[in-house]
Design a protein around this ligand. Structure first.
Ligand code: AMP
Length: 213
């Protein structure tokens, strides 16, 4: 299996896609957002900063990422939420060349802003297993209201899943992350997936990660 970088605006379904790829193909998913939220449990300043939807420093991101990659060995992995800027992409290219890992493929989930905003404001997340659900979108409504289908934990609304924080995160995406689309297209790694239906997305992504060319 090829390593995967998931490139997408906020709430495009990166987390759900990563989770399914892990279950089907044995990937390990690395979400820098989750790693940072873990770190933020013991760091109130970071927790307050992350509520604003702004990007944290590259130093901190590489710190949590390196610690995670060091533990991985040769297991193929999915990067969810990283890199977020050209600078992080360049630093990441250098880092993997130093530690002998392959970049693999870049999947770009290309979904329009209004669809994303509606998803964010109706999204519920499991604080335990990180599964996400929706209060309105068919196929994602929890079987029991407010309870995770997978591990029975009580679902919560993430602190940055408000309309205001979404606008900020989307702006950050356009300004800082969207240039990566060109960066990886030029490097020949980019695979654009413009769909919203999860089954269609998953089948296209499966073909890309299993392609041995
Ligand atoms: P996410 O769960 O990926 O939406 O990330 C939640 C928050 O974590 C973001 O709004 C940022 O504050 C921070 N974050 C996650 N990944 C990165 C990254 N690669 N670079 C900088 N900040 C990040």
């Amino acid at each position: 299996m090829k390593n995967v970088i998931l490139l997408a605006p906020p709430a495009a379904g990166k987390g759900t896609l990563a989770k399914t790829l892990c279950e089907k193909y044995g990937y390990v998913s690395i979400s820098t957002g989750d790693l940072l939220r873990e770190r933020a449990l013991e760091d109130k300043e970071l927790r307050d900063f992350m509520k604003t939807g702004k990007l944290v420093s590259d130093e901190l991101v590489f710190d949590v990422l390196k610690a995670k990659l060091n533990k991985l060995g040769n297991t193929p992995y999915i990067l969810d939420g990283f890199p977020r800027t050209i600078n992080q992409a360049v630093m990441y290219d250098e880092m993997i060349s130093d530690i002998g890992k392959d970049l693999g493929v870049v999947i770009y989930l290309d979904i329009d802003k209004e669809t994303l905003k509606q998803r964010v404001t109706t999204r519920l997340t499991c604080p335990n297993c990180k599964s996400t659900f929706s209060t309105v979108n068919e196929g994602f409504i929890p079987k029991k209201e407010g309870i995770c289908d997978k591990c029975n934990s009580e679902l919560v609304q993430r602190e940055d899943d408000t309309e205001e924080a979404f606008e900020k995160r989307y702006e950050e995406f356009l300004e800082k992350t969207a240039p990566l689309i060109d960066y990886y297209a030029k490097a020949g790694n980019l695979n654009r997936v413009p769909d919203t239906d999860f089954e269609v997305i998953f089948s296209k992504v499966s073909a890309v990660v299993n392609d041995n060319d």
